[in-house]
Each structure stands twice: as C-alpha cells, then as structure tokens.
Design a protein around this ligand. Structure first.
Ligand code: ZN
Length: 399
C-alpha cells in the first residue's frame, strides 16, 4: 500500500529552515544565527525581517532594564468562537509557539538611559491581532506613562483586530485612542514605531497617533489590503502605496528608520520630547476634552436661526420689489434688524431649557448683567440658572 506523503514536505535540496532563512527580497540564504546577530536585517539587501517581541525589546532597551507588567493578562473566549479550530485552541497553540500569553508585551525600562513605558507587539502571535488583551496592554501602558510622566513607545506589528473577539476587539480602537488622547492632553510624548506589517485596526487606532510616527523600511502599512482598497475606490493604486517609503513621501510618516538606527533615533527624539512637568505638586494633566471645538446644540440652533430668519423677513420685500434690485439691500437692512431680533427672541423663548453642562461658556462674557436676574432664584446653581435662562442664545450671539 503506497504511503501518501504530506504535500508540504520540503524538497531534498532545501536548507533546514531552523538553520537557514531565505531572504524573500534578494533570495540569499542566510544563516539564522548570523541573521539574529545583525538584528534580522538581510546583510546583502537590507530586507527587514519581522522581530519577535523579545528581540524588539532587546533591540530598543538598555540591557536588563525591562520589567514586564500585566504579564498575566490573557484572553477569554467571550463569544465561544469557533472557526476551523476553537478560539481557546488557537490561543493555546500560539502561546506554545511563541511563549507569550498574547500578541503584546508591555512594561518599563530605559532606552539609552531614559526611562520609558514601552509596549511591543509580536506578529508571530496570531498575526499580532488586537483583541481585548492587546488593547488593554496598550491602554495600561499609556495610562501608566501618563501617571508616571514617562514617554510612551509602542512598536506595532499587526494584521488588525482579532476576529475571534468580534466587537470586543473593535472596541479596543476607542479604548486605546481614549488613553492616548489623555496622554496627549497631559503633555506626555508618545513615539509610535510601525514595523512590518501594521494594518487593520491597529493602523486605524494607536499606531499612527504618535507625536512622532517612525517606520521600518519597506514595512507594509495600511488599513485594508491592497485589493480591497483598489476595489473600494475602483481605481488602480500606485505600486507600493502601502509601504513605508511611499507613506513617508506623502507625509503620513515622520521618518523611515533603518533598524540599526532605530534605538538612537528614538533616544534623540526623547531628548527633545520631555513630558510636561508637574504643576502644584499634582500632574498637569487635567484631561481637557478632545481638542475639538465644543459643540453646543443651543448655539448651533441660534446660529441656524440667525441665518434663516433674515431671509424670511426679507421675503415680503423681495416679493413687492423683486425687479428693483438697487433698492433691495436698503429695504432689507431697514426691516431685518428689529424683525430679526424679535424673531430670535421668539425662537429663544420657544426653545426648551438646556442642561447646564451645555452652555458653561455662555456665562463668561457678561456675568455682571446677569447678577440681578440671578438673585431671585438663589437656590439654583449659577451655571444651571444661566443655561436655563431663555435670553441666553441672544446674548451668546451678540458676544
Ligand atoms: Zn536580502
């Protein structure tokens, strides 16, 4: 009876893969031990092989300074997810293969003598996919960096969100971004290093939010795959549009740095980017809301009314003298001020009272004018009173 051999059996002339690695770029056979000595960069063509988390930490941090934190975090299987294997089986296999509990490691150490909080990802663990554990580690690293005023360094290597955790994996986008925003508000620097590959949910969340975004040469960086991207916009995309160099040329990255210079580059930047100092014995990191202009429904409505009302007031004028264009502006200017104001008052009166937190600034420009009105209602919080006063929208407009 013939024995069926597995199809993936290597050819006889192939080099044993535990000893040799073939460079995918120049096809040179590289001795693994030699490759490890040169930080897994091909000596003949400069191709950057992927690094394990441990090798990455050894590359960046001063020897023996790394202290891992939250090493025990481990994924559970909240969805009971099964594809070809069950999720717990996949996790166990990845843990056996890599010796890690999940695709990210975070901790503290010194980088060229400077203390940092650092989180590194390992593509070898389920494609570096981001589930709840990876998101949590990045978040905790950012929160620790904020609390301790340490620069944060995150090295990404990921295929994206972990599908086995579904929505819980997607939620990590919001969580990590929230933590990084607090870090930004607190004036603590964040250096992001994008290695090959940095795609999907990791690209879409924390990987490109660094104060400085560095990438290794020729790293695959992007959100969706090239075919999906091209299909979505129904256009041919330029060659290499998801590679570091292309992204750098188009202003998306700050530097493309050879691995041998990465540590030195980060150290240089950390020399410039110093965490904001403490203030009055506490941290100067009262988290301001996202640096966006505050959106207040009341001011939005009154602005809208401002735009809509004059044209309605003009309507009769336009109707009577629609051909007399020369007189129209004068007529409009005579009519609109009082009718506009009257209508605004009517609109304002008809608006419901607005919760206090929506219009805290409105009280600032003219606190004195409001004092007499405020007195009778002494029991009400000043802010709440101001917000509930129907005249507020007009005042806000004039101010
Ligand atoms: Zn090569």
């Amino acid at each position: 009876m013939p024995i069926k051999l597995p199809s993936f059996r290597p050819r006889r002339d192939a080099y044993p893969p535990d000893l040799w690695t073939k460079c995918p770029s120049c096809e040179e056979m590289l001795f693994n031990k030699q490759l490890d000595k040169v930080q897994r960069v091909c000596p003949s063509c400069g191709h950057h092989f992927r690094l394990s988390a441990a090798a990455r930490l050894a590359l960046l941090l001063d020897h023996g300074t790394f202290v891992e934190r939250d090493a025990g975090l481990q994924s559970v299987d909240p969805l009971g997810f099964v594809d070809q294997k069950s999720y717990p089986d996949r996790l166990a296999a990845a843990q056996l293969a890599t010796g890690m509990r999940d695709a990210a490691v975070w901790g503290t150490g010194t980088l060229d003598g400077r203390p940092v909080a650092i989180c590194v990802m390992d593509f070898g663990f389920m494609g570096g996919s981001m589930g709840a554990v990876v998101g949590e580690k990045v978040t905790r690293a950012a929160e620790y960096a904020l609390a301790q005023r340490l620069p944060l360094v995150v090295v990404s290597a990921s295929g994206g969100a972990r599908m086995q955790e579904g929505t819980l994996a997607l939620m990590q986008l919001a969580k990590t971004i929230g933590a990084l925003e607090r870090l930004r508000a607190g004036g603590v620097p964040y250096v992001s290093v994008l290695s090959d590959p940095t795609t999907g949910g990791v690209f879409a969340s924390f990987a490109v939010l660094g104060d400085i975004n560095l990438a290794e040469p020729n790293a695959l960086i992007g959100f969706a795959g090239a075919r999906v991207s091209a299909g979505t916009i129904a256009q041919e995309l330029p060659a290499g549009f998801q590679r570091s160099e292309f992204l750098f040329q188009h202003g998306f990255l700050d530097r493309v740095v050879h691995r041998s210079e990465l540590r030195g580059e980060i150290a240089t930047f950390l020399g410039y980017l110093v965490p904001a100092s403490r203030r009055n014995g506490t941290f100067a990191d009262e988290p301001e809301p996202l640096g966006l202009p505050s959106f207040r429904p009341l001011s939005f409505l009154s602005n809208l009314a401002e735009r809509v009302m004059p044209s309605e007031a003009d309507a009769p004028t336009n109707g009577s003298g629609s051909h007399d264009s020369a007189h129209e502006p004068a007529a409009a200017s005579q009519v609109s001020p009082e009718s506009g104001a009257a209508r605004r008052a009517a609109v304002a009166a008809s608006l419901p009272a607005v919760p206090a937190h929506d219009t805290p600034e409105a009280a600032v420009p003219d606190p004195v004018e409001q004092e007499p009105e405020r007195a009778p209602e002494g029991t009400v919080d000043a802010d709440a009173h101001d917000a509930a006063t129907p005249e507020r929208p007009q005042d806000a407009e004039r101010g």
